[in-house]
Ligand binder design. Structure first.
Ligand code: HQG
Length: 182
């Protein structure tokens, strides 16, 4: 992603996941914003967003953070919201193990309380070790947790997968976590 696209993507994340009212926007209950209203309101706040640029941001965003509806009249973030939206996920069977990347300072809390969703809607897990490493590195030297998602699933705990491939669940109790590194 080019720097400029990255910059817009970051601003759109803020608007579509956390604070639409910053530009006077409202999302519907499923997290959708009207595209032309979004463009108009972003431009009032910070000029320069066009339909083409928006399409380009959605297409080129490495993590596919955003999605259009079928006729491209609406846009929403694929995951990561802190405001209440219903993304209409359906429960799916996870792989036997999933990864979570975090940092050492959280280890003891996670050992005691398990993985909590903190300010997001879900705990975020990934199928790829590299992805978990990257997520953990955002906060420092990463440590990797292995989540026994298959065992959880067999106990009736639900998992969802976002459109951009992130695995989501409510919480992961300590007994389902293995610490890959000491
Ligand atoms: C930690 C980014 C103490 C958890 C990334 C994490 C990802 C606990 C932090 C996506 C805890 C929450 C999600 C407990 C969990 N005690 N700490 N009991 N339970 N934690 O950002 O998974 O850029 O909400 O380990 O790439 O780091 O937003 O979650 O370190 O895909 O698209 O609390 O965010 O994507 O942090 O990252 P986050 P995350 P976007």
């Amino acid at each position: 992603m080019k720097t400029n696209t990255k910059h817009i993507s970051k601003f759109l994340s803020l608007i579509l996941r956390h604070n639409p009212s910053k530009i006077g926007l409202e999302l519907d209950e499923n997290g959708w914003a009207d595209v032309s209203e979004l463009i108009t309101k972003v431009n009032k706040y910070k000029p320069g967003l066009t339909n083409d640029i928006l399409e380009n941001v959605v297409k080129s965003c490495d993590k596919q953070r955003f999605a259009f509806n079928e006729n491209r009249s609406k846009i929403r973030a694929n995951q990561g919201h802190s405001i209440k939206v219903d993304l209409e996920y359906t429960a799916v069977q996870p792989p036997e193990f999933l990864y979570h990347g975090t940092v050492g300072k959280f280890r003891e809390d996670i050992r005691r309380k398990g993985l909590l969703k903190m300010s997001r809607h879900h705990v975020h897990l990934s199928e790829e070790l590299e992805t978990a490493m990257r997520v953990g590195s955002r906060r420092g030297v990463p440590i990797i947790l292995i989540v026994k998602s298959g065992d959880m699933y067999r106990k009736g705990i639900e998992f969802y997968q976002s459109d951009n491939g992130v695995w989501l669940t409510d919480t992961v109790a300590p007994e389902y976590i293995e610490f890959k590194t000491k």
